[in-house]
Design a protein around this ligand. Structure first.
Ligand code: APR
Length: 262
């Protein structure tokens, strides 16, 4: 495992990217903190301000009071702010132009990979997304912007369906909910069949998402981890970059560009 100065490490990762046939990028909330969206487990993150045990699907369905807490956490927690992609997202979008990016597997629900330019069909959202809110009775989908406007304009605490007054739930996966099965199966298959797997901004403690880098490693892929704090997979990384995603990914893609033009 290489842990030396950032220039050397960026150069090594750039070589690994250019040598790879099938690259999988795996991201967590840490790839979006430089876009102003808080992560969950850093100091000051969402779970230091809200109790995760309160945010299960069972609690959400149990009472309007609990749903009010969910909507407050989503709005005040900064998870719904109109964030913009940061240099890490743009670097991952640029990676796709090399032609060997198999997919981006993300735990995030912020749509920033797509907004930065990654093809939607190459982005596997394991935990759903916040772009849509679904009525649990009539299954109608509403854009999150419409719901936020209602929350803002009418000072509603808990929006309900305009059509049938059913319960509205963001299309993100809550604790206690199953992950979208096809997306999960695709992500497992891609993780098992890539030759280079790069983790960016995740503590790798939430399953089954955190199995993905294990599947890649078991299948012989090279593993790179870019993360500000330690993860359970650090000792298995071919290259470990303890740094900020935006800076590291920008430096890596700079190295890739210069190697391609040499
Ligand atoms: N650059 C690099 N790493 C960063 C940055 C950054 N700018 N900002 C934060 N990090 C790191 C943190 O040190 C932390 O280890 O990103 C990691 C984010 O970890 P978590 O907050 O645990 O987020 P994540 O791993 O995505 O959580 C997985 O848990 O609560 C659920 O559903 C939620 O999808 C989420 C899942």
């Amino acid at each position: 495992m290489e842990t030396r100065d950032s220039d050397y490490l960026a150069d090594k990762v750039a070589d690994l990217i250019l040598q790879a046939d099938r690259v999988v990028v795996f991201t967590g909330a840490g790839v979006s903190t430089e876009s102003g969206i808080p992560d969950f487990r850093s100091p000051g993150g969402i779970w230091s301000r809200y109790d995760p045990d309160e945010f299960t699907i069972q609690k959400f369905l149990s009472s309007p009071e609990s749903r009010k807490k969910h909507w407050q956490m989503l709005t005040e927690g900064g998870l719904l702010a109109g964030a913009e992609p940061n240099p890490a997202h743009y670097a991952i979008a640029e990676l796709e132009k090399l032609g060997n990016l198999d997919c981006v597997i993300t735990q995030n629900v912020d749509n920033l990979h797509q907004k930065a330019g990654n093809s939607p069909d190459k982005v596997f959202e394991l935990h759903g997304n916040m772009r849509w809110v679904r009525c649990l009775s009539c299954d109608k989908l509403f854009p999150i912007e419409d719901i936020l406007q209602r929350l803002e304009l009418k000072k509603e605490d808990v929006p309900d369906c305009e059509i049938c007054h059913g319960i509205l739930k963001p299309d993100a996966v809550f604790f206690g909910e199953a992950l979208p099965q096809k997306t999960l199966n695709d992500a497992i298959y891609r993780s098992r069949n890539c030759d280079f797997f790069i983790v960016i901004g995740s503590t790798l403690v939430v399953y089954p998402a955190a199995y993905m880098p294990m599947y890649a490693k078991e299948s012989g892929a090279k593993l790179v981890i870019i993360n500000l704090s330690s993860t359970p997979m650090d000792s298995q990384a071919t290259v470990l970059i303890r740094g900020k995603a935006g800076e590291a990914m920008a430096e890596i893609m700079e190295k890739v560009r210069s190697k391609l033009s040499a």
